[in-house]
Design a protein around this ligand. Structure first.
Ligand code: BTN
Length: 261
């Protein structure tokens, strides 16, 4: 806490050994009026949440599990872009951390909407949950799970080959406290920059780390699964895809199930 060089982010910090879900807990605090920048950390979650009602598994004390409370005072249209922005900040932090420690770089790729992948395996997942009122965002809780030191044998068998950790990729122990401080400091700086520029640069910066454009994939849409070609991310941060008849659509919620070239 003393090493953290932020003004707002993490100044109000809750640390748990065990909790159900840092997101669930922070949403509760947000409803009770917790200030912007409140952070909840836990060493373990008994009911870690993923997107689409999935679970998030992470063995005790190995990785980072945290949630950040934002109160952006923007219309709901911005929620998606704020979420994409957090993936950018996290990926930049990983690059910077590895560089600072003289470790080999890793090639982080984004999978829409906000998975961080290395060699198609998941390094981190982000879950944004919001409280809305009159078309405005009253609170946005960004939940981040980052696989730092977990090794395959320690991982839940269900995700053993689907996930990957920074230690596995670099062979080095990752200093979780250093990583967290760097992430929160970068987050504070970049969040301010993105907000000041009304998230105009987010889409371009996000696209630079996505190599799914032009790929044929299986998509989960509100109308069921369908084959599609990923074409773009539009100005709102939605996925633009081409269906098999050559027609373009924008996907607001849903996801890319699999990619095959
Ligand atoms: C996903 O990839 O589906 C998103 C995963 C988000 C997991 C993190 S771990 C910390 C925070 N608390 C939760 O319950 N979930 C998020």
């Amino acid at each position: 806490r003393t090493r953290l060089k932020t003004m707002i982010l993490g100044r109000n910090l809750y640390c748990f050994q065990v909790i159900d879900s840092t997101n669930a807990h922070l949403l509760g605090l947000a409803r009770d009026g917790a200030p912007e920048g409140t952070v909840v950390l836990s060493e373990f979650q008994t009911a870690g949440r993923g997107r689409k009602e999935r679970r998030w598994f992470s063995s005790k004390g190995k990785n980072l599990l945290l949630s950040i409370l934002l109160r952006p005072e923007l219309e709901i249209e911005y929620a998606q872009k704020i979420t994409l922005a957090s993936a950018i900040i996290l990926a930049n932090t990983i690059d910077q951390y590895l560089k600072n420690k003289n470790l080999p770089p890793v090639d982080i790729r984004f999978k829409w909407p906000n998975d961080l992948l290395v060699n198609n395996r998941k390094l981190s997942g982000i879950l944004a949950e919001s409280i809305l009122q009159d078309k405005k965002i009253v609170a946005l809780v960004l939940g981040v799970g980052i696989n730092l030191n977990e090794m395959p044998e320690e991982r839940d068998p269900a995700i053993r080959d689907l996930a990957v950790s920074l230690k596995e990729l670099t062979g080095a122990d990752i200093d979780r406290e250093d990583f967290l401080c760097l992430f929160l400091e970068n987050f504070e700086k970049d969040y301010e920059r993105f907000e000041r520029t009304l998230y105009r640069q987010v889409i371009d910066e996000w696209k630079q780390r996505c190599n799914q454009f032009g790929q044929k994939v299986l998509l989960e849409t509100p109308f069921g699964e369908q084959e599609a070609i990923v074409r773009d991310i539009n100005d709102s941060g939605f996925l633009v895809y081409e269906d098999m008849a050559g027609k373009l659509h924008a996907l607001v919620t849903g996801e890319i199930i699999s990619g095959h070239k």
